[in-house]
Design a binder for this molecule. Structure first.
Ligand SMILES: C[S@@+](CC[C@H](N)C(=O)[O-])C[C@H]1O[C@@H](n2cnc3c(N)ncnc32)[C@H](O)[C@@H]1O
Length: 202
């Protein structure tokens, strides 16, 4: 990490807010902003978070679903422990075929919401990173299709690039409502964008 990067991070309002509020990542605000605006996650829901480490989205999801809900986080890296009884974490690679059945084994029923902030290691080569991200987003969609309840929701990180439109139209085959969203906490200069898909056709 360069000194300049560290300086910029200290100035960033969402980085500071995340520290103040005890969120594990500044990304927590991206989920919070979209969840507040579109209300796709509610008290009592079962939520699966793909690419969940270090756990900012798990914290936000747990706040929304409350004591009655369940939150399952999956990452290829270990996720630091959670004090809540209804946040469970697993170490797994989402490209593995065994992930969907493993999730269903942990949940009392099918899933209400699948969120995915999964990201490849950024190489800096824009086209390579876009292609790798799309591959992970395709895997997230496949998992969502296997575990979601009818009318469930899917929220997934993407990067702008040539495969974005095709991905969006693939998602539209399985969900009634699909939109791209850029939450205020997502940096304007970042090519990241989020896809929100509502009403899984089942
Ligand atoms: C941007 S971080 C997620 C941050 C998280 N939403 C939060 O708020 O704390 C992306 C995560 O994707 C994970 N990841 C990358 N490839 C993965 C894979 N194949 N399977 C599971 N997790 C993966 C990384 O380990 C990393 O923790």
């Amino acid at each position: 990490m360069s000194e300049r990067w560290k300086r910029e991070r200290r100035k960033d309002q969402f980085y500071r807010l995340a520290k103040e509020r005890g969120y594990r990542s500044r990304s927590a605000f991206k989920l919070l902003q979209v969840a507040r605006k579109y209300r796709f996650m509610k008290r009592g829901d079962t939520v699966v978070d793909l690419g969940a480490a270090p756990g900012g989205w798990l914290q936000v999801s747990r706040q929304i679903v409350g004591k009655e809900g369940l939150v399952l986080g999956i990452d290829i890296e270990p996720i630091p422990g959670f004090p809540s009884f209804n946040v469970k974490t697993m170490v797994a690679d989402i490209t593995s075929e065994s992930v969907a059945p493993m999730i269903l084994d942990q949940a009392p029923s099918k899933i209400d919401v699948v969120i995915s902030d999964v990201s490849p290691n950024i190489s800096g080569a824009w086209d390579v990173d876009h292609a790798r991200q799309i591959h992970l987003a395709e895997r997230s969609l496949e998992i969502a299709r296997r575990i979601l309840k009818k009318n469930g929701s899917f929220f997934c990180k993407l990067f702008h690039g040539p495969y974005l439109k095709t991905y969006e139209s693939t998602v539209s085959e399985f969900f009634r409502e699909v939109r791209l969203v850029k939450p205020p906490a997502s940096k304007q200069r970042s090519s990241e964008i989020y896809l929100l898909a509502l009403q899984f056709r089942g």
